[in-house]
Write a protein that binds this ligand. Structure first.
Ligand SMILES: CCCCCCC/C=C/C(=O)SCCNC(=O)CCNC(=O)[C@H](O)C(C)(C)COP(=O)(O)OP(=O)(O)OC[C@H]1O[C@@H](n2cnc3c(N)ncnc32)[C@H](O)[C@@H]1OP(=O)(O)O
Ligand SMILES: NC(=O)C1=CN([C@@H]2O[C@H](COP(=O)(O)OP(=O)(O)OC[C@H]3O[C@@H](n4cnc5c(N)ncnc54)[C@H](OP(=O)(O)O)[C@@H]3O)[C@@H](O)[C@H]2O)C=CC1
Length: 295
């Protein structure tokens, strides 16, 4: 969507950038000229991704560079180390993509206290720790930075069986809007993306394992009848991290093929056949006549 070089001169930190959607978004940011620091807990995973993205970038003109720094987003000292290494290598930080997450499906009554804490700490605490650290740095250095949080559609609707994740993503979304209001005066923007299903190993292993995968088709309740493509999400993320979205802040943009709309009272009626619609139409028209005393 964006032109080559659209992110030239920008440095963006991507949490969870070694795998899945974070890796795909990082790839696109680098193609557009941004320097990207990827971070997550597993050094070997981010090192391998950095090697792969560096190799791909070497085939392109004007691509950015990649740095891998290990970090558990629940640990403020490790976050500050990621920032220091990024500034030492690239000069400054312009953008933060809070993408790291932990999640799994489970009936809530089966969860231990630690299980609940683990998800909320990664998703909510990790997001506000990183945002606070980078925000303080931007305010101190008069940098008009941009935060983008990867949310989910159930951050606003809620969802059974992923309650810790819903609680944490909901909290992170309210933080996005609240800080957009507070830090707008510094020129700092904060937005979110709420994706529907985008296949990744991390999500599918924990949210769509067997026997669920054999029991249901995740596309059946999506109006567009397909899952998302990583490039589609990367386009939106790059736009929201770029100066082209300079007047958008405090927003959450849904990218889900219309899945949340399926909750509409009558949206499931797509299964009704044309013959059945003929019958329904006649029945309703009879009722209309009856109500006017014409039956
Ligand atoms: C399919 C369609 C999707 C559409 C929308 C989806 C929206 C959102 C998607 C996502 O967020 S996808 C991201 C998925 N990726 C990840 O989760 C990657 C990182 N995850 C992990 O590392 C683990 O899954 C983890 C559990 C989150 C953390 O691992 P860690 O090693 O730190 O913790 P553990 O010690 O293993 O576990 C902590 C605690 O949790 C309990 N637990 C773990 N799994 C389950 C389970 N399946 N059911 C119940 N409890 C579980 C575990 O037993 C520990 O508790 P205690 O037993 O010690 O009390
Ligand atoms: N895939 C989907 O359909 C959807 C995904 N999302 C969101 O998209 C984002 C990416 O998910 P996806 O790519 O699918 O899944 P992945 O499992 O591939 O990504 C999660 C990333 O988070 C990192 N991570 C986990 N815990 C920590 C931690 N404590 N500190 C630092 N990093 C951590 C993991 O790396 P490591 O283990 O090395 O730490 C991993 O790279 C998440 O925010 C998720 O909620 C939202 C809606 C739908």
């Amino acid at each position: 969507m964006l032109r080559d070089g659209a992110l030239n001169g920008k440095t963006i930190i991507v949490t969870g950038g070694g795998t899945g959607l974070g890796k795909s978004i990082s790839r696109y940011l680098i193609q557009l000229g941004a320097n990207v620091t990827i971070c997550s807990r597993r050094q070997a995973v981010i090192d391998e991704t950095a090697r792969e993205l560096t190799e791909e970038a070497s085939q392109l003109t004007g691509a950015g560079q990649v740095l891998a720094v290990a970090c558990d987003v629940r640990n403020p000292e490790q976050i500050e180390n990621v920032m220091a290494e990024t500034i030492a290598r690239f000069g400054q930080i312009d953008g933060l993509l809070n993408n790291s997450a932990g999640n799994f499906i489970s009936p809530t009554e089966r969860l231990s206290y630690k299980a609940f804490d683990t998800i909320v700490d990664i998703v909510l605490r990790g997001t506000y720790y990183f945002t606070l650290a980078v925000g303080k740095y931007w305010i101190d250095n008069n940098i008009k930075g941009t935060v983008l949080n990867i949310s989910t559609t159930y951050a606003t609707t809620g969802s059974g069986y992923v309650v810790p994740s819903a609680v944490a993503k909901g909290g992170a979304l309210i933080m996005t809007k609240s800080l957009a209001a507070e830090w707008g005066k510094y020129g700092i923007r904060l937005n979110a993306i709420a994706p529907g299903p985008f296949p990744t190993k991390g999500a599918w292993d924990r949210l769509f394992p067997e026997p669920l995968a054999s029991m249901m088709d995740p596309t059946s309740r999506i109006p567009l009848k397909r899952v998302g493509e990583h490039g589609e999400l990367a386009n939106l993320a790059a736009f929201l991290l770029s100066d082209y979205s300079g007047y958008i802040t405090g927003e959450s943009i849904t990218i889900d093929g219309g899945e949340v709309l399926a909750a509409g009272e009558f949206s499931h009626l797509e299964k009704v056949t044309n013959d059945q619609w003929d019958m329904i139409e006649q029945t309703i028209k009879q009722a209309n006549k009856a109500s006017k005393g014409q039956a």
